[in-house]
Design a binder for this molecule. Structure first.
Ligand code: DQA
Length: 137
């Protein structure tokens, strides 16, 4: 099973960025844990701060992979382009967020991805990614 985790802007700063919201662990360490725990999955990871690069990656994997775990971060709330590409592809997308976006500012309550996602997992910290992975299994 081929699954990719795609992270959007500022998620490269996990571990340093607002730890009271996003925790202390770097994504690299968490990703290593996931790979060790789920050896049967062919797992890959992509992060970009650039909207078009995220769209390019989703197009590239979106007709052949078994699943995409997408945290588009701030672009979740702004990007019609990412919403459109999630609709355009055939690979199912699970939208994840580390924080509970509904308990935060109202601009975080809107998502251009949710209408076309297979499912949504929000607010469980980094565990949100693992829950998404388990749902594909
Ligand atoms: C986030 C929530 C977004 O509102 C925010 O812009 C992020 C991270 C999360 O995982 O909690 O960068 O997607």
């Amino acid at each position: 099973m081929k699954i990719i985790i795609i992270n959007g802007p500022n998620l490269n700063l996990l571990g340093k960025r607002e730890p009271e919201i996003y925790g202390n662990m770097t994504f690299d360490i968490f990703y290593d844990h996931l790979k060790t725990k789920y050896p049967s999955i062919t797992l890959s990871y992509f992060q970009s701060n650039i909207e078009g690069e995220l769209i390019d990656k989703i197009q590239e994997v979106g007709f052949t992979y078994d699943g995409i775990i997408l945290n588009a971060a701030a672009y979740t709330h702004t990007s019609i382009g990412i919403g459109d590409v999630v609709k355009a592809i055939t690979t199912p997308v699970i939208e994840v967020h580390i924080s509970n976006t509904f308990s935060r500012e109202t601009f975080r309550h809107q998502s251009f991805i949710s209408p076309n996602a297979k499912g949504i997992i929000i607010g469980f910290g980094l565990k949100s990614y693992e829950l998404a992975l388990q749902s594909f299994l």
